[in-house]
Design a protein around this ligand. Structure first.
Ligand SMILES: C[S@@+](CC[C@H](N)C(=O)[O-])C[C@H]1O[C@@H](n2cnc3c(N)ncnc32)[C@H](O)[C@@H]1O
Length: 243
């Protein structure tokens, strides 16, 4: 009887140890699974490609441009500064901006601070216009250049990686902007100096201080109102021709 008790005691202890071992394995497997789950969640978040200024610090921007007659960048001493955060214009509003500016295939559209290139790409794709995007942020400039190639619009669209204040905007017949009020204020004298009479300037949400809009229209995207301002450069801004 004693022997029987000893054997059954040993079996019980062995059973308890075995169950503890199996439980340990289960807990380990569960933890490993949840780490993998977290990883794929993080990967999904990355794939959403939602950008903030932190994703593209200004310090990553390349040397900015001085501009040339062709509108192409030239090496310059200043890197420029980021004068507005990246907030993309909804595509519905992009279309409204281009329609309000009456863009056609004869136009040259400049988007100053072109973000992911949506305005210049749309101007080329939908209206056949030539278009130039100027973007200081390296990541966005690379992304929009790649998109231009993917969409086979590189004959019409040029992305300049550089500072909008140091880019030659004289070839533009249409300028689009979605910048801050203080930036528009700084940009106004440059546009008055360099843009030719008849050039249309379209501003999303933020007006140009000191200018009177030819047209102002509000469009809702969902419940969010977006204002589009149209300005036309009058002959009065014309600079005397340089001999
Ligand atoms: C509000 S977002 C508008 C983007 C695009 N135009 C749109 O409507 O979707 C402003 C853009 O201006 C760019 N930006 C800011 N400062 C700049 C500068 N000095 N030169 C060129 N681009 C600049 C930002 O990186 C950002 O992409």
């Amino acid at each position: 009887m004693k022997k029987f008790r000893a054997v059954s005691g040993t079996i019980s202890v062995a059973c308890v140890l075995f169950m503890a071992f199996v439980l340990g394995l289960l807990v380990h497997a569960r933890n490993a699974g949840s780490v993998t789950g977290q990883d794929s969640e993080q990967a999904r978040e990355r794939d959403k490609r939602v950008y903030t200024n932190d994703d593209f610090p200004v310090s990553e921007a390349p040397p900015s441009t001085n501009g040339t007659d062709s509108g192409q960048p030239a090496a310059g001493p200043s890197r420029g500064e980021r004068v507005a955060p990246y907030v993309p214009t909804p595509m519905e509003i992009v279309d409204k901006m281009l329609e309000i500016a009456s863009v056609t295939a004869s136009d040259v559209v400049y988007d100053l601070g072109s973000g992911d290139g949506r305005i210049v790409l749309r101007a080329a794709e939908k209206f056949g216009a030539r278009a130039v995007g100027v973007e200081i942020d390296h990541g966005l400039a690379v992304e929009s250049t790649e998109k231009t190639k993917e969409m086979k619009l590189d004959k019409l669209v040029t992305i300049i990686e550089g500072d909008l204040f140091q880019t030659d905007i004289r070839p533009a017949t249409v300028v689009t902007i979605y910048l801050l009020l203080s930036t528009n204020d700084r940009l106004r004298p440059l546009m008055e100096k360099d843009l030719r009479p008849g050039t249309r300037v379209v501003a999303h949400d933020i007006r140009i201080p000191g200018w009177e809009a030819t047209r102002e229209a509000t469009f809702n995207v969902g419940t969010v109102p977006h204002v589009v301002y149209l300005y036309e450069i009058p002959g009065a801004f014309r600079k005397p021709a340089v001999p």
